[in-house]
Structures are given as structure tokens and as C-alpha cells.
Design a protein around this ligand. Structure first.
Ligand code: G4P
Length: 526
């Protein structure tokens, strides 16, 4: 990465994409172990929302510490400063995941070696493709009886439409798993079971032709030798440019549970993964080494610490530096704010940062003024683009059990919606509060949190809304007319944007036909 200052050039900001159960939590823990952020595996509990019932999820969430330590994890590795951004596993939280993917420069895709390419991975790869995000691949669970790995790579190539360049190749699997062979350095990394909780010994054998290699492989030596020839002949050679362009993925094998193969992957990740990249705004591209500070908010989390009622806005720095007490412009509101107490997430601990640079994530205390997608800059009127809000698919009307608590209810719904997982709509023509979400689980979570965090007892009622569209029109007059005629279907969302709530798809199509000058959007972008 020529041209970047050494400090920026050593940043690696990434997220893990995988199907639930492939091993994201396990590999995260091993990465933290390798980065010295934790001393022993087993100390980090993941939010394994993927397989959880609502009640389990709530219980985990109540142990708030978990969300804090796993939202962003920064650790040093081989001269790099690595920022790992957590993404929720549960499908109902996919919006949050999509937005987090806009804040990274690359991804690590974890695949279960026995299962191959699964649904969630396909969806997440589609999101990565929008920005040609570079992808590293780790095929996990080699300590189990897995599938033929050539077949798995074929699947990755054909379904995910990305070329595979195996860097390591597994030597056998399951009980016979012996390690991985690096096709480029001609080195065997020998697997020793039972070292999953620590950083395992780094045992290497140089040369597949060596006597040690023959001894290690024994009966399977000839077969493995042939397999390697086959893989070499039949797969793509690694090309750094193609990887950086999101067209090719280097593939590594191992077992996260036994902490094997992860280090071999991380070593190359530190070297090949991109440093902070330029980011698009409505005006121009912002380069990571520009002197002036800029960044955007991709995630808001409410009440991370129940004692302090705080909400944290996660901001990805796109240029310049954050220093304590600096002034920045909150572009949407036009206000200058002094930020004295941004938080960082070094080594899983929330602590005050003195300084952070392009590629880093800082947490800003939010008192309700910050929204997802907001840009902060040092004066310049720019807005980072590509951070989507998706139109919800499910709607419910919220009713209070105790009418005196209306203010509390509004506040709770508003604040929880700021996190972006649910959206609040206030119709122009009545006092209903309508909640929209992309997944069913969201509704239960909101109800529980209203009770726990805002002391409000509410309930849901069905509402005749099928889908929502954000509406806009360049012509003020036409917009006013539309507002008058369609007032019964219009609402203001939590961010203050005009929204059309359609009772049926047919109604929506008719409205779109009738008002060709109005744009109806499925995503609200900033
Ligand atoms: P996720 O975050 O992607 O959902 O996956 P997670 O790491 O929680 O892993 C899912 C399950 O797969 C866990 O087992 C985990 O121990 C197991 N696992 C992860 N990596 C490997 C591996 O390399 N080899 C084997 N054999 N298993 C692996 P679990 O029994 O569902 O949970 P737990 O009781 O172990 O926590």
C-alpha cells in the first residue's frame, strides 16, 4: 500500500461472514488469542444468536458486557492493528450485518468443511459483491469427517462466483487429520490435537519431499502427493490484485476448535488484506490518508450499560485522526460538537482513546442526535454513501397497557429504533405508533427491552400494513399534492423521513402508477 502513512497502512479492518454454526464465534476467540487480546480460549462467550430462542437471546443480551466486548475487537498482530467487527448471527438481524459490512475493508468467510456453502453465506457474499470486498476463506472443522474439499471449492466457485486459490491444503481429515500443507512455501504445518485453548506449538516440516514428511504421512504419502498435484493443476494461482479486487479468494483449511490453521491464515491476512480504502461520499471519494478527520456511523447500540443508559454510535474513521477533545461537524445537523470521551475497544475492553486513525472504529456517546448513516467531518459538507436502511416487511401497532406512560413508550421505541433493527412509523393522520421490522424476533426483543429498560408494559396489535417505501419528489408542489391525497397512507419514520405505508402490494403498485413523479424506495440511504 504505497503512499499511506505507516500508521494507516497497518490497519486491517474486517468482519467474519458465515452461516450460523460454521464456527465464527470459535474462530473469533482464536484470533483474539493469537493477537494476545485474551490469554486463554474459553473466556469469550459469543452471542450465538443463530440458534437461540428469544428468551436465550434476551438473557445473553442482559449480560450486557458481552455485546460491548464483541462489537468491535482491536488487537495487534505482526505489526498490524487489526479491527474485527462483530456481526450478529441471527437472520433477523441481517440489516445490522449489512451495515457493518459497509464499514470494513475486507471479510473472512468461514465455511463448515462438512456442509460447504450455506444460505446465509450466499446472502452475505451478495452484499460483499456490491463493493467488491476482498474475501479470505477459512474452511473449518477439518478434525471432523468432512466432504471432499475439491468439491467444496468447486461449490464456492460456482455458487459464490469467486475464484478459489488454495494456499494451504489439508492432510487427511477427522481422526486422521495431520495438518496443512502450504502450496506456496512447500511447508507442512503439523497438527497437534488438544491445544485449542492456547496458542499451539508451531511445528513445521520443510519440503513435501523430505524424510520427515514421508514419515508423518506414512501410508497416505503417495495419495497426498497426487492430490497436491491435482489441486495445483486444477486451481487458480493466487493473485494479490485479483484478491484485492474481490475476484479471487485465498483459501485456508483448519480447525478453529483445535486452534489449528488459524495462525497460518492470519499470517497471510496481515500481509495481504487491504489497509483502509477510499470511501465514496455524495461529493467525492475520501482517501484514508487525508489530514482532516471524517467518518460515518454504521451502528447504534442502546443501553449498553444499563447503569448509565448510554447509547453508543459506532463510527468508522475514513480519514484523518480522532484526538481527544477534538471538534467535529455533525454534517446532518450542521452542528459542531466536541468529542471528549470516545471509546475504543482495544483488547475487548471499553476504554477511552486518546487517538484513533483511518480504519479504526470509535464509539461516540449518543444522546439521541446521532442516526445510522450520519457523517462527521472537520467542517466539510460531505455525506458518506452506501449505508442502507431496508424497508421492513413486518408491521405491528404498539398499544400501551398503562396510558400514562405514552412519553416513555415513545422514547423507548424511538431509541430502540435508532439501533436500526426496528423502525418506528408515526402516521400523519392518527396517533398510532407502528413498528416495522425485518424479522419476527425483533418484535419480542423490543417488547422485552421496553419492559426492562424503559419500564413500559405494551402489547402488539395487528395493523393493516404490508410494506413500506420511503418517498421523495424533487418537485415541492407535486409532493405536497401527494401528501394531501395520500395522507392516510403516509407516516414519518423515526429519522424524520416521509414513508408510504401500503396495506397491500396492489395498493403500492397503484400508487406508484398514479404518482409517477414520486420515487418510492425500498432502502433509505444516507
Ligand atoms: P457460529 O458462531 O458460527 O455460530 O459457530 P460456533 O463458533 O459457535 O461453532 C458452532 C459449533 O461448532 C460449536 O459446537 C463449536 O464448538 C463447533 N466448532 C467450531 N469449530 C469447530 C472445529 O474446528 N471442529 C469441530 N469439531 N467443531 C467446531 P457446539 O457443540 O454447538 O457448541 P459448544 O457447546 O461447543 O459451544
Amino acid at each position: 500500500m504505497s503512499g499511506l502513512s505507516p500508521e494507516v497502512a497497518r490497519r486491517r479492518t474486517f468482519a467474519i461472514i458465515s452461516h450460523p454454526d460454521a464456527g465464527k464465534t470459535t474462530i473469533t476467540e482464536k484470533l483474539l488469542l493469537l493477537g494476545g487480546a485474551i490469554q486463554m480460549a474459553g473466556t469469550v462467550k459469543g452471542r450465538k444468536t443463530g440458534r437461540m430462542a428469544t428468551s436465550d437471546w434476551m438473557k445473553m443480551e442482559q449480560e450486557r458486557g458481552i455485546s460491548i466486548t464483541t462489537s468491535v475487537m482491536q488487537f495487534p498482530y505482526k505489526g498490524c492493528t487489526v479491527n474485527l467487527l462483530d456481526t450478529p448471527g441471527h437472520e433477523d438481524f441481517s440489516e445490522d450485518t449489512y451495515r457493518t459490512l459497509t464499514a470494513v475493508d475486507s471479510c473472512l468467510m468461514v465455511i463448515d468443511g462438512a456442509k460447504g456453502v450455506e444460505d446465509r453465506t450466499i446472502k452475505l457474499m451478495e452484499v460483499c459483491r456490491l463493493r467488491d470486498t476482498p474475501i479470505f476463506t477459512f474452511v473449518n472443522k477439518m478434525d471432523r469427517e468432512v466432504r471432499d474439499q475439491i468439491e467444496v471449492l468447486d461449490e464456492v466457485e460456482s455458487i459464490l462466483k469467486i475464484q478459489c486459490a488454495p494456499i494451504t491444503w489439508p492432510i487427511s481429515m477427522g481422526k486422521n487429520f495431520k495438518g496443512v500443507y502450504n502450496l506456496y512455501t512447500d511447508t507442512i504445518h503439523v497438527f497437534t490435537p488438544g491445544q485449542g485453548h492456547i496458542i499451539p506449538d508451531d511445528i513445521r516440516i520443510n519440503g513435501i519431499d523430505s524424510d520427515e514428511a514421508k514419515e508423518l504421512l506414512g501410508d497416505i504419502y503417495d495419495d497426498f502427493f497426487d492430490e497436491v498435484e491435482l489441486v495445483r493443476g486444477g486451481s487458480h494461482e493466487f493473485d494479490l490484485e485479483a484478491y484485492r479486487a474481490g475476484k479471487m479468494t485465498p483459501v485456508f483449511f483448519g480447525t478453529a476448535l483445535a486452534n489449528f490453521g488459524v495462525r497460518e491464515m492470519l499470517d497471510d491476512f496481515a500481509e495481504w488484506a487491504p489497509a483502509p480504502l477510499a470511501r465514496e461520499t455524495d461529493q467525492r471519494a475520501v482517501e484514508p490518508d487525508e489530514a482532516k478527520f471524517s467518518g460515518f456511523v454504521f451502528k447504534i447500540q442502546a443501553n449498553m450499560d444499563p447503569k448509565h443508559r448510554d447509547r453508543i454510535a459506532f463510527l468508522r474513521i475514513c480519514s484523518g485522526k480522532y484526538t481527544r477533545n477534538m471538534k467535529m461537524k455533525h454534517v446532518r445537523t450542521g452542528k459542531d460538537v466536541k468529542i471528549a470521551d470516545a471509546v475504543t475497544f482495544l483488547a475487548g475492553d471499553r476504554s477511552h482513546v486518546e487517538e484513533a486513525t483511518s480504519g479504526d472504529i470509535i464509539g461516540l456517546h449518543n444522546h439521541g442526535t446521532i442516526q445510522i448513516g450520519d457523517t462527521f467531518s472537520q467542517g466539510e459538507e460531505i455525506r458518506f454513501s452506501g449505508i442502507p436502511h431496508f424497508a421492513p416487511e413486518l408491521f405491528k401497532r404498539v398499544r400501551l397497557r398503562d396510558p400514562l406512560k405514552l412519553k416513555q413508550l415513545q422514547k423507548g421505541l424511538q431509541q430502540l429504533s435508532e439501533e436500526g433493527a426496528t423502525q418506528l412509523f408515526m402516521p400523519l393522520n392518527n396517533n398510532d405508533l407502528i413498528l416495522g421490522a425485518v424479522g419476527v424476533l425483533q418484535f419480542d426483543v423490543v417488547m422485552r427491552r421496553l419492559k426492562d429498560e424503559y419500564k413500559v408494559e405494551a402489547m402488539y396489535e395487528p395493523v393493516n400494513v404490508n410494506t413500506a417505501r420511503w418517498v421523495n419528489c424533487a418537485d415541492e408542489r407535486k409532493l405536497e399534492e401527494f401528501k394531501r391525497k395520500c395522507a392516510d397512507n403516509l407516516a414519518i419514520d423515526g429519522g424524520g423521513y416521509l414513508t408510504y405505508l401500503a396495506p397491500t402490494r396492489v395498493n403500492l403498485s397503484l400508487a406508484e402508477e398514479r404518482y409517477p413523479d414520486i420515487t418510492f424506495r425500498t432502502t433509505r440511504e444516507h
